[in-house]
Design a protein around this ligand. Structure first.
Ligand code: 6GU
Length: 238
């Protein structure tokens, strides 16, 4: 996948893109990230990318011109998926991450200030996406969150041991509690069943714990999920 990442703070990404899964995905060429500095497309000598809003009111608005030229430099066929971060956008989700992970080319714009000149959306059809109901100072944080969620779903990015199949949310519920060595620490023991070697028992225990945690902290997820006979039985026990 190729990702064109349009931002006024390209330096923001150097740490995150050089760590962990994103770093590995880039090194293995499963993802190519092209950082585009929107400021480079500003035409005045001060490299201005924001201005006061027409009609007054506080804050600054991202100007259309530099952003237009930045987009023009990366969009070839006008068929590319363009996403712009915005606190007012559609809520990002695991389903959206799955969809995006199948794309060959994604253009991600980090929105800024009080918003972006509305007219850009008429020249380049795009989707505005938010990562949650809170206000961030810039779209860079949101872009990184989305990028990480998407990239780890690209086949071959994660090894078998980290497989996305067992992720929380993968089946619409939260993950089960995990334990590793030592089997006892300060008197705290790992649940017996995990040491039993009985795979069927372990599977059922994990599913029950996952359902229980979901029931307690995110009951809304259970309402959306299609429950199997087994799920229903375990939930009744809870
Ligand atoms: Cl995508 N941008 C900003 N500025 N704030 C946000 C957001 C995005 N998602 C949640 N809050």
């Amino acid at each position: 996948m190729k990702v064109d990442l349009l931002t006024i703070f390209p330096e923001f990404f150097s740490g995150p893109l050089d760590s962990s899964i994103l770093k590995r995905a880039i090194q293995s060429e499963k993802v190519r990230i092209n950082l585009v500095n929107i400021r480079d497309f500003a035409r005045d000598k001060h490299k201005t990318t924001d201005d006061v809003p027409f009609g007054g009111g506080g804050g600054m608005v991202m100007m259309i011109e530099p952003l237009y030229h930045a987009l023009e430099s990366v969009v070839e066929k006008k068929q590319e998926k363009i996403i712009m971060t915005s606190a007012w956008g559609r809520r990002f989700s695991q389903d959206m991450a799955k969809e995006l992970s199948t794309l060959k080319h994604l253009v991600l714009i980090c929105g800024h200030y009080k918003g972006v000149d509305q007219r850009i959306k008429e020249l380049f059809p795009m989707e505005e996406v938010s990562i949650g109901d809170y206000v961030l100072s810039g779209g860079e944080f949101a872009s990184l969150v989305m990028l990480d969620a998407v990239v780890r779903l690209i086949p071959g990015v994660l090894g078998n041991f980290e497989s996305a199949v067992t992720d929380s949310f993968y089946e619409g519920i939260l993950g089960y509690p995990q334990y590793t060595r030592p089997a006892e620490f300060m008197g705290l023991k790992v649940p017996e069943v995990l040491l039993s070697g009985d795979h069927q028992k372990v599977r059922l225990w994990r599913k029950k714990q996952a359902l229980k945690m979901t029931f307690i902290t995110r009951p809304d997820l259970l309402e959306q999920k299609e429950l199997s006979e087994e799920d229903r039985k375990l939930l009744k026990e809870i």
